[in-house]
Design a protein around this ligand. Structure first.
Ligand code: TPP
Length: 688
């Protein structure tokens, strides 16, 4: 049954095959406009799945756009969460939401998150984005339907690369074991994933035989032949006593010649020129069939409102101190991840070094290990999208004396595989380097599922583990050099995706386990030259007004905060660059607390990975007994991430220099009022 009124059972709209083809084509057009307006997202996979999305949402699934939570509806799970725009367009074209709103894709506060979030948009069944989990959720939904004696169906859309996740096969086994004939899997077999062809990255074929052996009914179709798509979906709904999987042969980038079958279009969006070309190829008349300019205008207006809201909530100072906003204190920005790749390129000749690919190799720069070095290819092991197994395999390699390195988004490098890190690596105390890439909010528009904001809790909490969070690209290079070849044991390095300020150079000290002190000395044309950095153990107290303890990208923010505090209030700041979070430099914290009696932590993480150990050092230190220390913490306040531009998120999550400075002013005010000292006028304005 198609789209219906759930109260009366009246069919609201039904599409024949030709109409479905047209709708799918139009949905492709809207997809590309939304991706272009967003400036990030996944063109290739959204285009390959679009015919199936159109067939499901416009003809096959029982649902009611006016009653998205109708109990009798079919459930559609998008395990392949990065194809969210196709889901949104399915909903929009079925009437769940306005079509033009899909142009708000990946923007801050938008219901159209980079990966689907069911709590934001009615009609989205579950939240996904971490691959390989959807089929298990679908098993749960199918079991619930059976327990409740309901006859609706559960569809689960997956990718072929996604089949590399072990959890898929646990769920496949469960569905077969329980004969869940209300469950229909769909595999978008476009043969490509991020790192290249699925068969080269980690072969998943023969998929049909695999599902068959797990007790599934298997149907193979051409996923772009609308008749075949509809017939397969409708047949699967008739039930045959076991779960059905539809293996749909598709083309990544389908419909746009320059995107088809090109791996590079996985996570890429068309620019305006490419968009026009693509719409032409799709045979879509701009303005007549698709209101391109109106969609762009809608996105722009929304974005302007986002920026207004963000600016309104920013702490205000005497002038705009934002990065590179003035003619002075200019800073260069580069992504920290580049330092990781540079180190692997430089140190990879050591025959013990073995690097694992987890299908995100270029973006996190681990592929630099073998770039232009064919002789290292034997020590480059592509494991596919299989973080858990790769983690334990790394332990096995380490057991035999190798130096294994693996990395992916920090959420998948340190959370999805947490028990494997704990038991296979840390308990056995194996020499494995784990890279938590794209840490913090800097992965931006991808949204909450991809923003690691909790990884440091678990990594710092594991016995035997060492943890380094470098502050810029240069320090990332030094930290990787050290961890890779000199440090023995489990080790975690966390770095960001976005370009962040370069605040160290070759001469800046980096000693594992030892904090650096950074002091603002002057205003200078170049930000980096305005500061002096020393090993904390070489530093002598200068009676500063407060200490800011920071790690990672919060170090440059703390430096900018120090500049604001000095310029607007005359306050002196001691910054501790706590690049090594485990073992933490306790002595540096104790000295700073004793000397300045105000300690503010700053972390791009849920508050606590840095704040709590620092607070615990202060409360437990005998040297500080009887000395009042005022503490504060800047970080993410117990909430999930959101889609948005990285620097917008820095503001939204209140982890900018302005937030650090405002908190510092408040804490210094408490200190001064306790000692009866006067505070400057500007101070009163900010704290009012
Ligand atoms: C657990 C997990 N690991 C890694 C990623 C990053 N990632 C997003 S899409 C993708 C490739 C997916 O390939 P495939 O399933 O074939 O999808 P398609 O090529 O159709 O887009 C990867 C590795 C992720 N989202 N989740």
């Amino acid at each position: 049954m198609p789209i219906q009124n759930s109260t009366t059972g009246e069919v609201l709209r039904s599409y024949n095959i030709d109409e479905l083809k047209q709708q799918a084509n139009l949905m492709r057009g809207y997809d590309l406009v939304a991706l272009c307006a967003a400036g990030s997202g996944h063109a290739g996979g959204t285009l390959s799945i679009m015919d199936i999305a159109a067939a499901l949402y416009l003809r096959v699934a029982d649902h009611d756009p006016k009653n998205p939570n109708w109990q009798g509806r079919d459930r559609i799970v998008w395990s392949t969460g990065h194809k969210a725009p196709s889901l949104y367009l399915g909903l929009a074209f079925a009437g769940f939401c306005p079509k033009e709103d899909v142009a708000l894709l990946r923007k801050l506060y938008s219901a159209y998150q980079g990966h689907p979030h069911w709590l934001k948009l009615p009609g989205v069944e579950v939240s996904t984005g971490s691959l390989g989990q959807g089929l298990s959720i679908a098993v749960g939904l199918a079991l619930a339907a059976r327990l409740d004696k309901k006859d609706h169906h559960i569809f689960c859309i997956m990718g072929d690369g996604e089949q590399q996740e072990g959890q898929i096969w646990e769920a496949a086994m469960e569905a077969g074991h329980f004969n869940l004939d209300n469950l229909i899997g769909i595999v978008d077999r476009n043969r490509l994933q991020i790192d290249g062809w699925v068969k080269d990255v980690m072969n998943v074929e023969p998929i049909e035989e695999k599902y068959h052996s797990f007790g599934w009914e298997v149907i193979t179709i051409n996923g772009h032949n609308m008749r075949q798509v509809v017939e397969a979906l409708e047949k699967a709904k008739t039930g045959c006593g076991k779960p059905t999987v539809i293996i749909a042969d598709t083309v990544k980038g389908k419909g746009v010649s320059f995107m088809e079958d090109i791996a590079g279009w996985h996570g890429k969006t068309p620019n305006v020129e490419e968009l026009h070309q693509a719409l032409k190829e799709l045979g879509l008349d701009e303005e007549e069939q698709i209101p391109v300019q109106a969609l762009f205008a809608h996105a722009k207006k929304y974005q302007a409102e986002v920026e207004r809201k963000l600016e309104a909530k920013m702490p205000k100072f005497q002038r705009n101190y934002w990065w590179n906003a003035a003619d002075t204190m200019k800073v260069q920005m580069k992504p920290t991840r580049l330092g990781f790749g540079q180190s692997l390129a430089a140190n990879g000749d050591d025959p013990r070094v073995v690097c694992f690919g987890l299908d995100i190799s270029g973006s996190i720069t681990i592929s630099e290990f073998y770039a232009n070095k064919p002789e290292r290819k034997a020590r480059w092991i592509s494991m596919g999208i299989a973080e858990q197994s790769a983690t334990s395999a790394a332990a096995g390699l380490a057991k035999e004396g190798k130096l294994p390195v693996f990395g992916t988004y920090a959420t998948f490098a340190a959370a999805r595989n947490l028990d494997q890190i704990r038991t296979s690596i840390c308990y056995g105390n194996f020499n494995v380097l784990i890279a938590g890439a794209h840490g913090g909010v800097s992965v931006g528009p991808d949204g909450a599922t991809h923003q690691a904001l909790e990884d440091l809790f678990s990594m710092c909490g594991l016995p035997n583990m060492s943890v380094v969070v470098p502050c810029d690209m240069v320090e990332t290079r030094k930290a990787t050099d050290y961890l890779l070849l000199k440090h023995v044991g489990p080790k975690y390095i966390r770095f960001a995706r976005e370009a962040t300020p370069i605040v160290t150079d070759q001469n800046t000290p980096f000693v594992f386990g030892k904090a650096n002190v950074i002091r603002l000395r002057r205003e200078s044309p170049n930000f980096i030259e305005a500061f002096e950095t020393k090993l904390e153990s070489d530093y002598r107290d200068e009676c500063e007004d407060l200490t800011i303890v920071a790690c990672g990208p919060m170090v440059p923010e703390a430096m900018r905060a120090a500049y604001i505090l000095k310029s607007d209030f005359g306050y002196e700041t001691r910054i501790l660059n706590m690049h090594t979070m485990k073992p933490l430099d306790c002595e540096a914290v104790v000295r700073a607390a004793r000397d300045t009696s105000v300690v503010l932590t700053a972390e791009e993480h849920q508050i606590g990975a840095l704040a709590w150990p620092v607070a615990s050092i202060i409360t437990e230190s005998h040297e500080l007994y009887g000395i009042p220390v005022i503490t504060g913490a800047i970080g993410v306040k117990d909430r999930f991430g959101d889609s948005g531009a990285p620097w917008e998120l820095i503001k939204e999550f209140e982890v900018s220099a302005e937030h650090i400075a405002a908190k510092a002013v408040e804490l210094i005010g408490v200190k001064k009022s306790r000692s009866g000292e006067p505070v400057c006028e500007a101070h009163l304005v900010v704290t009012k």
